[in-house]
Design a protein around this ligand. Structure first.
Ligand code: ADP
Length: 306
């Protein structure tokens, strides 16, 4: 069924109120009479005709107002979308420029200096390779976001064992965790089952754990909890690391929003991780919030529909 626009909803509600008003105060203004008697007396009949004319007139006026309100709302939405798309394109171009410029710079240096020492050549090639990897990661993240936003119907759903999937994430990140002297306190119940997209659910947990490893700081602990709530599973992933200032909390899910630009780029972050997490949660009809105070760690609470 087509969703009613705001203007139409307003028009219908006002007309219903009018109709109720007319029935109660004009036709039934004297409770001793039956409603038919309103049409017997000439004065009352005139009153009824008058109110119907007023109602039709007012209805037409209100309808025009509602239509123009609808048009304004959709115009503003379209303008906002164009603005957001333009900003996104600029951001993407900006993100692509740096690795592409580096790759060009390194390869040109190698090509222009055929007598370059083997050691230097290796160094330049390694850097070129890591910039190319960064580009690949960025393009992969962009394509995932694109798919979630533009073709969610293409993403399949199946029974996903989240407890097992999270155990895989911990295993795959074990080396990085060890390097940062970090531990994961896994308090998830066994066999949490969600009917969803396994690769998106993996991205949610993987991005949040990777971020904690990258930003929370050495020697910190990541705690992961899960509990059932009616149709949902609610998860909480928290670390006791550096946290972030409350002013950033609202914006960290935006594409390319970073708190420490330099640090994020050095670590190879695309600035899209939390945006992917949020979209993946929305795909599962869930919600996500972040809580933090500087120096007191960062927590994410999110839900996934069973
Ligand atoms: P990226 O990691 O690629 O920069 P994200 O969208 O994943 O992008 O994260 C956005 C920003 O949020 C990061 O740049 C980082 O500053 C901050 N952040 C994310 N997770 C944490 C965390 N666990 N502790 C502190 N800061 C974090």
């Amino acid at each position: 069924m087509k969703k009613w626009s705001e203007g139409r909803k307003m028009w219908v509600s006002v007309m219903v109120i009018f109709a109720i008003y007319a029935v109660f105060f004009i036709i039934f203004d004297d409770f001793d009479r039956s409603w038919r008697s309103a049409f017997d007396e000439e004065n009352d009949l005139h009153l009824v005709i008058f109110s119907i004319v007023v109602m039709v007139g007012l209805g037409a006026l209100l309808y025009r107002f509602a239509r123009s309100m609808d048009e304004r709302i959709s115009r503003e939405q379209a303008e906002k979308e164009v603005r957001m798309r333009r900003e996104l394109t600029q951001n993407i171009a900006h993100e692509l420029k740096t690795p592409v410029a580096s790759i060009l710079g390194f390869t040109e240096t190698i090509l222009d200096n055929p007598d370059m020492a083997e050691e230097d050549k290796q160094l330049f090639l390694t850097r070129t390779h890591s910039q190319a990897q960064r580009l690949t990661a960025l393009l992969k993240d962009l394509s995932m976001l694109n798919r979630m936003n533009n073709a969610p119907q293409m993403l399949s759903r199946e029974r996903v064992n989240v407890s097992r999937l999270f155990a895989d994430v911990v295993q795959e990140t074990a080396l990085s965790l060890q390097r940062q002297q970090m531990t994961v306190d896994n308090r998830l119940p066994e066999d949490i089952i969600v009917y969803g997209n396994a690769s998106l659910i993996y991205s949610i947990f993987r991005n949040l754990i990777d971020n904690a490893i990258d930003y929370a700081g050495k020697g910190t602990t990541i705690t992961v909890r899960g509990r059932q709530r009616d149709d949902f599973w609610q998860f909480k992933i928290s670390d006791n690391g550096i946290g972030i200032d409350s002013q950033h909390l609202e914006r960290i899910f935006e594409r390319f929003y970073r708190i420490d630009e330099g640090r994020s780029r050095t670590l190879g972050g695309s600035g899209l991780g939390l945006s992917i997490v949020k979209n993946a949660v929305l795909f599962h009809q869930g919600t996500i919030t972040a809580q933090s105070a500087a120096g007191q760690g960062l927590s994410f609470v999110f839900t996934l529909r069973k």
